[in-house]
Design a protein around this ligand. Structure first.
Ligand code: BGC
Length: 483
């Protein structure tokens, strides 16, 4: 059997700024620069100060990308590299030049740049002023987005505003912002920590919507590009057929995907009803008035700005879960984050699922759930255009470094499943992006998890890159437009 993809299908690979660029002293600080330098935050005590030093390996990296034969390359702009203090008052021309050159070199090699504006590395100067909770936060993002559209838009046809709002609004604000070690009194800290992800998510959604309208009104006619947003997407199977677990699995999907997707992609806009109802009920139970729900409201104007503000949905897809409801004890326990207690669900992994990337990793291979989430999106949001913006896995720690057979198998399994979703289920998928081009700084896992198609020797002062087996495998897939 052959798995050929539709004509014009986009084949891509990806990185993000903080994970690969290095050159931290040639830009303003981001929250990740600060967070990684606090002891105990990153598993191996490492940071992205140098990472793959992609900032100084531009030509070489473009050649590595070209050697794979991809039609697209997804990377992110480091906000604090182009705007060191986060605001438009101070533009770092060298940073602008770097991204322009990167785009130019890609285009010379027939590779379309796909730019993510925000992949978690928020400017620290803005964070100090209150970050996403500051009343000017939306304006700051819009100024930054407009600058990027203006400086790079003649070369870029595909934009992604945010990478995984769920992840940065939820995990990001409680880890990088260091809420866990604030010394305010515990009860008010808890209340605050509980509401912040919803408030941050709200600000990000508005920032996305307003940036989309800026592109639409000021740039689209001339540049003819498309603007989308990337979702965290993990499928949830109910852990049993009990009504409580079925409900919990639906809430898991709702709290992660629909929280962000519904305001943008649904016909009515605004937050999903089940989320609104649940959080309102909680407010009443806790004797707060309905209007004090921790889920903010959009005004009519805001709702209209956000609704329909994406030309495609980006999807980062790695794994799925078996999801169950919480016991009464768990609901009151501080072990579980607030978001899960609000939504009343807990994610577990089926022990029979194929472990991948080693015993300790969070990855497992469940490709058959990819069509499920794509069909869920198709049914719920009227079959929007979807771009798989990330899929891939880390090397197995016991594998010979350059023989990344596990990566090839994982990606092959997912491509076959994706093919089914497109050809049998009629899902409107535009392309596939393999994460990642290079081994790189894997957030709190430091350099212990290696997602690259190219091995990077982090002990070599030149950070030598060497292709793993997956490079030629992926090149073949692209050449054949499938398997
Ligand atoms: C993130 C990447 C990350 C990958 C693997 C994704 O959710 O966007 O930055 O490296 O997961 O953990």
């Amino acid at each position: 059997m052959e798995w050929r993809f539709p004509k014009g299908f986009a084949w891509s690979c990806a990185t993000s700024a903080y994970q690969v660029e290095g050159a931290c002293d040639e830009k303003g600080q981001s929250v990740w620069d600060v967070f990684t330098h606090r002891p105990g935050n990153v598993i191996d005590g490492s940071n992205g100060d140098v990472a793959c030093d992609s900032y100084h390996h531009l030509e070489e990296d473009v050649q590595l990308i070209a050697a794979i034969g991809v039609s697209h390359y997804r990377f992110s702009v480091a906000w604090s590299r182009v705007l060191p203090n986060g605001t438009i008052n101070d533009v770092n021309e060298a940073g602008v030049r770097y991204y322009r050159q990167l785009c130019e070199k890609l285009v010379e090699n027939n590779i379309e740049p796909v730019i993510t504006l925000y992949h978690w590395d928020y400017p620290y100067e803005l964070e100090k002023r209150g970050g996403w909770l500051h009343p000017d936060a939306i304006q700051w993002f819009c100024d930054y987005a407009r600058l990027c559209f203006d400086k790079f838009g003649d070369l870029v046809k595909t934009w992604i505003t945010f990478n995984e709002i769920w992840m940065c609004a939820w995990t990001g604000t409680v880890t990088t912002a260091g809420l866990s070690d604030q010394s305010a009194d515990k009860a008010s800290r808890e209340r605050c920590a509980r509401a912040i992800p919803y408030l941050v998510g709200h600000q990000m959604l508005l920032s996305h919507g307003r940036a989309y309208r800026i592109y639409e009104n000021e740039f689209r006619e001339k540049q003819k590009g498309q603007v989308g947003i990337t979702m965290s997407a993990k499928w949830r199977e109910p852990a049993s057929d009990s009504p409580d677990d079925i409900r919990a699995a639906q809430d898991g999907l709702c709290w992660q995907l629909d929280w962000i997707a519904h305001p943008i992609f649904s016909t009515c806009g605004g937050y999903p009803k089940r989320m609104r109802d649940r959080l309102n009920d909680l407010s009443i139970n806790e004797q707060r008035a309905n209007k004090d729900s921790i889920l903010p409201e959009f005004t009519d104007e805001e709702c209209n700005v956000v609704r329909g503000s994406a030309d495609f949905m980006g999807l980062n897809y790695y794994i799925s879960y078996k999801t169950r409801h919480l016991t009464e004890e768990e609901k009151n326990s501080e072990e579980l984050g607030w978001l899960f207690r609000d939504a009343d669900y807990c994610d577990t992994v089926d022990p029979s699922w194929e472990k991948i990337s080693g015993e300790k990793s969070w990855l497992h291979n469940t490709p058959w759930t990819l069509p499920k989430i794509l069909c869920y999106i198709r049914n719920k949001y009227n079959n929007p255009k979807v771009l798989i913006t990330e899929n891939g896995c880390a090397d197995h720690p016991e594998e010979v470094v350059l023989e990344d057979n596990a990566r090839i198998k994982y990606c092959e399994d997912h491509l076959k499943a994706l093919h089914k979703a497109i050809t049998k289920d009629g899902c409107n998928v535009l392309g596939y992006t393999l994460w990642s081009l290079l081994d790189n700084f894997e957030w709190t896992n430091g350099y212990t998890m290696k997602f690259g198609m190219y091995h990077v020797d982090f002990n070599d002062p030149d950070l030598r890159r060497t292709p793993k087996k997956s490079v030629s495998w992926y090149a073949d897939v692209i050449r054949n437009n499938g398997l």
